[in-house]
Design a protein around this ligand. Structure first.
Ligand code: HEM
Length: 406
């Protein structure tokens, strides 16, 4: 039996203990009420939660569940004009045909082939960060490594100055937290949306004055040549890549280190065989995915596992639960390096499958290998690991480790 699973599954009000380990709660619903009716939202619309792997994957592949226009009317207040303009142009919130057009412009830039050419730069950044940590007896893995690595990589990819990274991260976090309904701080998010729009508008103008070879320049050329991208889409895409590309990877790196330090036998196998790291990264995404849930809206009346879901109702697909479904793999609560194939849904499924998955895998694989190579004495401390108060974008706020240096 699980710890006091609530009668209604809700995204709010999680205890620190449940945030640190949501899996017993998921298991309870997966076994007792796999398509569960949660509390209605403020406007009275039903919210459903799906916990089983086959339900989650079938909904994500079913065009009858999409985005529609409901996303913004139910989440972002109308007075937040800049925020609405940005998120309403985010790929992840679009349905075809706009989604298809915008995604096709970006697909090549995030292909495994292009990511291969980025690997030396990712390795150089990871090395620089790990070297800086190696002389301190204790480190905060999140602040010192897991957060700066992806933000520096995305800055390089977009072609914006690395010294802007702390400001960019702060703006991106407040924007994303509000747009996903997490912080509720829409005033702060609206300010961030205005500032980020101005920032990227200036970057776009700079590319028009002095040609460059970066992702913003590529999008500017795509717009100027074919007119297939509006100004709003161009700016919003830059902000989307910034937000989508760092917090998730930060959480994957932090949670992977945590999981490996807690399973020394797996870490030992990886130290002896670093070539197994790509397999390990996929298993770590399955085991504890950074994006625990994604949302769809029913575009027409549907039946899922005997439950009637009406047009306009919201359905939350709990990826974290689907990845621990015994129907997906044996011993789902254990980290194992022998799961091939590993058909987890940690990067989503279907048309919205993560655009940056090859980049995120490469950053995590290179980052972990560099970290464990340069800091062989890394250990957890007695300090409890404090998770951010968010069960959707899930990860620790701090992760204090000793390095055995000094
Ligand atoms: C979409 C997870 C890293 C860009 C998604 C989705 C998931 C996800 C679950 C699907 C959302 C949905 O179906 O509603 C992750 C995880 C990451 C990661 C776990 C790191 C470990 C990245 C990176 C980038 C990126 C590094 C880019 C630099 C995107 C974009 C989409 C997306 C643009 C929307 C794709 C579309 O709608 O077609 N990601 N992501 N992600 N991700 Fe990632």
């Amino acid at each position: 039996m699980t710890r006091q699973a609530p009668r209604r599954f809700d995204l709010r009000g999680w205890s620190a203990e449940d945030l640190a380990n949501p899996y017993p709660i998921y298991r309870h619903y997966r076994e007792t009420d796999p398509v569960h009716l949660g509390p209605a939202n403020a406007s009275g619309t039903n919210t459903w939660f799906a916990f089983r792997y086959d339900d989650v994957t079938s909904v994500l592949s079913n065009r009858c569940f999409g985005r529609g226009d409901t996303q913004f009317s139910s989440v972002v207040p109308t007075e937040c004009a800049a925020l609405r303009r940005i998120v309403s142009n985010w790929l992840v919130f679009l349905d075809p045909p706009r989604h298809t057009r915008l995604r096709s412009l970006l697909t090549r830039e995030f292909s495994p082939q292009v990511v291969t050419t980025l690997r030396p730069r990712v390795a150089a950044i990871a090395r620089e960060l790990a070297t800086a940590m190696a002389s301190s007896p204790t480190v905060d893995l999140v602040a010192d490594f897991a957060a700066p690595l992806p933000i520096l990589v995305i800055c390089e990819l977009l072609g914006v100055p690395r010294q802007d990274r702390i400001w960019l991260r702060k703006q991106a976090m407040s924007l994303q937290q509000a747009s996903s309904g997490r912080s509720g701080n829409y005033a702060e998010a609206e300010t961030a949306a205005c500032e980020l729009s101005d920032y990227f508008r200036r970057e776009v103008q700079r590319r028009r004055r002095e040609p460059r070879e970066d992702l913003i320049a590529l999008l500017v050329r795509a717009k100027d040549r074919g007119g297939s991208l509006t100004d709003d889409e161009l700016i919003a895409t830059c902000v989307h890549l910034l937000t989508a590309g760092h917090e998730t990877t930060t959480n994957l790196i932090s949670k992977s280190v945590l999981a490996l330090l807690r399973t020394p036998e797996v870490l030992g196998e990886l130290r002896a065989n670093p070539e197994l790291m790509p397999v390990a990264v996929d298993e770590l995404i399955r085991y504890d995915p950074p994006v625990q849930m994604v949302t769809r809206w029913a575009q027409r009346d549907q039946v899922l596992r005997g439950r009637s879901i009406h047009r306009g109702e919201k359905l939350v697909l709990v990826l974290g639960s689907a990845n621990r479904d015994p129907l997906l793999c044996p011993d789902p609560d254990v980290v194992r390096l022998d799961r091939r194939p590993n058909r987890h849904c940690g990067f989503g499924i279907g048309i919205h499958h993560c655009l940056g998955s090859a980049l995120a895998r490469a950053e995590t694989e290179i980052g972990l290998n560099e970290l464990f190579r340069q800091l062989p004495g890394l250990h957890l401390t007695d300090e409890p690991v404090q998770f951010a108060p968010d069960v959707v974008f899930h990860g620790p706020e701090r992760l204090t480790l000793t390095t055995c240096a000094g």
